[in-house]
Design a protein around this ligand. Sequence first.
Ligand SMILES: Nc1ncnc2c1ncn2[C@@H]1O[C@H](COP(=O)(O)OP(=O)(O)OP(=O)(O)O)[C@@H](O)[C@H]1O
Ligand SMILES: [Mg+2]
Length: 493
Amino acid sequence: MARIPTVYITDFDKDHLEVEPYWDSFYIFSNDAGEASSSDGCGWLGNMEDEPDIPPVKQVVVAICAMEKKSGSKPMKEILTRLEEFEFIRTVIFPEEVILKEPVEKWPLCDCLISFHSKGFPLEKAQAYTDLRKPYIINDLDMQYDLQDRRVVYSTLQREGIELPRFAILDRDSKDPSKRELIEGEDHVEVNGVIFNKPFVEKPVSAEDHNIYIYYPTSAGGGSQRLFRKNTRNSYVQIGSRSSVYSPESRVRKTGSFIYEDFMPTDGTDVKVYTVGPDYAHAEARKSPALDGKVERDSEGKEVRYPVILSNAEKLIARKVCIAFKQTVCGFDLLRANGKSYVCDVNGFSFVKNSSKYYDDCAKILGNMILRELAPTFHIPWAIPFQLDDPPIVPTTFGKMMELRCVVAVIRHGDRTPKQKMKMEVRHPKFFALFAKYDGYKDGHVKLKKPKQLQEVLDIARGLLAEIEQKRADPETEEKKGKLEQLKSVLEM
Ligand SMILES: Nc1ncnc2c1ncn2[C@@H]1O[C@H](COP(=O)(O)OP(=O)(O)OP(=O)(O)O)[C@@H](O)[C@H]1O
Ligand SMILES: [Mg+2]
């Protein structure tokens, strides 16, 4: 099915949104590929010895280096299948065994590396591999250390001027006592001199630790909500299909280092954003695990997602996050509160699940990005294809780019009931008599609808047909035989 670009945004050079029932995808502007790098791992298709006349087709080798759970996941498979459709791209998955057990010198060669950290992944080995082979990198590896520490994530967001909740760090490992000062009141904490009134949020400094607590004010009954998560990103572990539980405990944790931050009052949903390069992001909303902890699921057991259209400001945030963390494929969370959007979590590499539109877009963007970067080095005759998504520049009342918000269609079905009509010219006096009988001369026409009247017409038709049968009819009537039969059969029905 042809894809229809539907949204263009004015703020940027290039912007595009395609409306889907459950999410928002957009382009912000044309992309410049990242740093150039290449290796000698370029693959070849075709056998030069057997078929000397057919020039071999060079292929760029794109490798996935991640834990098996991630590289064998459904979204990964969907996207790799689509990447394989690029004539000049071949994909390989590094087996987990090789990643964990083999020295990097023995890892397969590649020209482009898609590698990302998750639990148990040897990030330092992946770095050593890239130092050795220098492939074109899709998600920067050094930055993936930063992503494991909420403190570094927050300071990066601050540095980039991205809005985030007001926060303070309680670092119990610090030798500096001014960094581990905690004064606790019934309805507030003072962290290194910074006051947080309840409700506030307490997050472990490690981004891998999902035990986030939210403390309620006494006016709301006190206590706290304990969030938890296990296994896959975005699907909170179901302890009886729950993502959090209420605890009567009102005092904050006394061991470990935490970030304390203002609780941002949202409408009860988190906005999950997934970038594919700085120019594209997909967004969808989900019920916040902080709400009551009950996970909303559809009939298939999948977590319920709500449609989201990102504002221009949010699209700019997506661009900034993707660039700041050097993660082409990057998931992060937005909290819409007080008329603004705040980033409260950056997860790094993350694919959208169960969206074929996203799979198509993601593979297309990655494939084009990779070939744009590597085709010249490998002398691959590849030209950037005409992008259906290129925004048409049209003068409008507000600028040169149009933003299509929706398509309204009025649709009429194509079948029509055929008219059941027949026309017949009559000259026989019997018809004239009938015409006169029903006052036809008065108005110039008669309408016969009653059964009795129709019977009279049928009687005339039958009479005339009998005359024809008995060869008593005049030639003019005889000529009408076919029509008379039709008239008869219609009236007999
Ligand atoms: N400052 C805040 N104000 C309001 N709610 C918040 C705040 N910070 C976090 N939350 C809620 O808590 C949830 C979990 O927080 P966060 O995303 O930081 O943790 P995480 O465990 O790293 O999440 P993820 O599963 O995305 O990695 C958020 O999705 C949001 O609903
Ligand atoms: Mg999160």
